[in-house]
Ligand binder design. Structure first.
Ligand code: S3P
Length: 176
């Protein structure tokens, strides 16, 4: 088995990957990287700008590049965009680089959390709930391939961090 170097957070939009990832990194003394933030920095465009100017395929190409780069690092907490699971090459690189934790939440929670802002092009439809349900249904099987899943619906980010730490301690891979 490979030494586990990174902790990778996957999951649908609005499941808390970025907030949890930042807190987790501070707690265990790892560096934090968010693939969406890296894509924005590397391309000097926001995610909505990338989708609007270049389309989803172009974004997925940039995402695959960002994943490849971060998966080559160690001692990182890596938060990913919700669609990272769509390419098996992404998941293979991330799995090789560490353990994969999926954060989940119900459609109700996702709709509530994501309606606070307009930075998710795939949810900018007239019926956000339907968009969430359809995408969740398509992707559920992909998120379920994680090493560990946590339903964040009734949890604070700190509670989620504690649960991830318990999981990695049980595995014996980390100092956490
Ligand atoms: C996407 C999720 C977003 C972002 C992009 C596409 C997706 O990230 O990568 O808007 O396909 O689920 P978050 O999960 O951080 O919102």
């Amino acid at each position: 088995m490979n030494m586990m170097k990174n902790i990778v957070l996957i999951g649908f939009m609005g499941t808390g990957k970025t907030s949890v990832g930042k807190l987790l990194a501070v707690k265990i003394g790892y560096a934090f990287v968010d693939t969406d933030a890296k894509i924005e920095e590397d391309n000097h465009l926001t995610i909505p700008e990338i989708f609007a100017q270049h389309g989803e395929f172009y974004f997925r190409e940039r995402e695959a590049e960002a994943v490849k780069a971060v998966a080559a690092e160690d001692n990182m907490v890596i938060s990913t965009g919700g669609g990272v699971v769509l390419r098996e090459e992404n998941m293979a690189a991330l799995r090789q680089s560490g353990c994969i934790v999926a954060l989940t939440a119900s459609a109700d929670v996702i709709v509530e959390r994501t309606s606070r802002n307009n930075d998710r092009p795939l949810l900018e439809s007239e019926n956000r709930r339907r968009a969430v349900e359809e995408l969740m249904q398509q992707r559920a099987v992909l998120y379920a391939k994680a090493d560990y899943m946590i339903d964040t619906g009734n949890m604070t980010p700190l509670q989620v961090v504690e649960e991830i730490c318990d999981f990695v301690r049980r595995r014996g891979d980390f100092r956490a």
